[in-house]
Design a protein around this ligand. Sequence first.
Ligand code: C2E
Ligand code: CA
Ligand code: CA
Length: 705
Amino acid sequence: MKQEKSTETNTYIVDGAYRLQYISQGLTRLFPEIKIGDTCYEKFRKRELPCRNCPLLHKNRKTDMFYNEDEQTWLKINAGEIQWPGAENCHVILTRDISEHDLDEMCRFVNMKKEILEKRNCTAVETDKLTGLFAREPFFRQTEAFLRINGIQGGEYCLVAIDIEHFKLFNEWYGQKAGDRLLGEIGSHLTRLRQESGGIAGYMGGDDFVIVLPNDKEMLESMKHQITGFVRAYGGHTGFLPAFGFYVIDDIWLSASQMYDRAILAQETVKGNYAVRSAYYSSDMKTRLENNHVLLAQVQAGLERDEFIYYLQPKCNLNTGKIVGLESLVRWKHPTKGIVAPGYFIPIMESNGLVTELDKKVWEQVCQTLQEWIRTGHKVIPISVNVSSVDIYAIDVVDYFKKLVHKYGLPPEYVELEITESAYVEEYKVITGIAEELRNAGFTVLMDDFGSGYSSLNMLKDVNVDVLKIDMKFLKMDENTMGKGMGILEAVTRMANIMGLRMIAEGVETEDQINYLLNMGCIYGQGYFFYKPLPIEEVKELLLDENNVDYRGIQARKIEHVRFKELFQSELASDGILNNILGPIAIYDVYNDNVELVQVNDKYCLLIGQDPVDLAENVQVLEEIHPEDRKKMQDIFRRSFQRLAEGAEGTVRRKRKDGQYMWIKIKAFFLREQDGHKTFYGAVRDMTHEMNQFQRMMNCRNEEK
Ligand code: C2E
Ligand code: CA
Ligand code: CA
């Protein structure tokens, strides 16, 4: 695990003549004699000429890393153009000393550079082996040559950046081989397209492709559909979808890497958006990027002036409206803009790494509040804090939180950590490990935005968090998307309930939503219907009245299913209502060629017409299935394992108590795999009536013939 480190970022602004226009406090501490108007390289590095790597000399290089020989330190540099009053051609530069920590990052970067240099020097290896396409540098060179030699006019061609989001996860699920096959397939397709229509195609590494094609809407659309088709075919319906960024080459004299940057800028606007998968570059995207640099400098100043505070939003029991917990949400108390919400500044702070400095301040403030409440004799409920995935890589989060609660003398169960689902998707193993360590240390871990990304159902199988926080997207469905979203959500809540996972829904705004959630088996929620995020003082008032609070917190919903082991020991009280909602369900254990019943609920027993004691004697389900349908039954499980998000269904004949066969329809979802045993959840329906009718109809037809 990495050590805690000083991630202080230093900021300065220079004009076109390298004169300093702004210096952050951190830098003033390091260089006490420095003042506005000084020449940066003279003062910082005691040089007579600008540094070799100066971002001002390499206009399209926005980030770099270099070794400062004088200080023997590694610096990471982010730079961008900025408008600054009273000065021309200004750049804002952010530097961070990464010598002691981001070693991995440094190695990666140095290797990457080596690779690029090697590629540049070695003309023989122009194409990538896996995909048969031009590698990065050759692609840039070829594109520039192609456009200029052929006298292409602005607007005639389009450069498309293609990214398969979450490809890492694809490899993890389907194996490296399948991943490579998919990349190869996309490579061959792009090659074909390039040959047919004239253009250049490249593979930028990882899951990034690029192609230059005639700016023909139809052709571009068809390319998009075909690539999407490939990825779908490989990933089933698990949600792997490529993202496309288009740049219509209006200025053929831009460097190809600048063109690519623009396509990427467009692509970034659709990443994480599951409805829209492509976007065209527009000049306002560039403006936005430039504005981001200005914002970053302001945020940095705000951090130094301690302008960040936090609000608290209660989490409630949906039945009673009582408060079961609180979440801290950061706010910027801006000197002119007033209270600013985090959507405005968190994303850019995350991309820069600055978010960790902010988060540490918030976490500290939260602990201070808890300590004060305890000290003044308040009855306390837990507060959750948001942890960005950036934090997890920047610092040793487990160690940090242990020290923090120790410093404030708090029991760890008062501090809960919300880690967003996308973090799990990106780096599954790392985050799962950290969640485990946190839980071992007594903290509660929530998976935030659950269901917003991919793989939700699959992830449930070995998820190791305490609470699932269901993304508000599910409650904000419009009429068209409603059915699908609700279906997924229902499956998720059922399974979470079966597995005894706790859960809470966010973004609860209406009574209808509350009823819907309750019906489904989710009994906790957070949202404007109950409370908006509130200043701490207001929450303190609320908590003073103990009637407002349910100190038991968020608990798991007990589901009524019959465990065979327990059956013989006690009479189980059955929860009729829950049974009605769920319908007949069974949990199956599938191994080798066996299908075994693990758990069923009362409704299932009723449907099959056997009491639980009988069922317990006949757990080998296949023996109860009509011999002609046994393969079909196994096939249902096989398919539902392949289609994690949707599950699979099929209708088979099953023996009833009286020895007669009945038709049952099973909809199965894969839950988990352990030691060669796969566990499935199955919702079961009696189809005998329908099937008999169908059979009669077929018989009539045959007779007519
Ligand atoms: P989140 O963690 O998913 O927080 C939920 C967001 O939904 C909050 O927005 C909250 O104010 C808002 N919200 C709550 N109830 C409702 C509702 O009924 N309807 C609607 N439409 N919205 C509701 P907020 O405070 O603007 O925070 C946005 C995001 O910023 C958070 O999403 C979280 O990802 C991030 N964030 C907030 N505070 C911090 C922090 O201290 N550190 C980090 N790293 N991220 C933070
Ligand atoms: Ca949250
Ligand atoms: Ca959330």
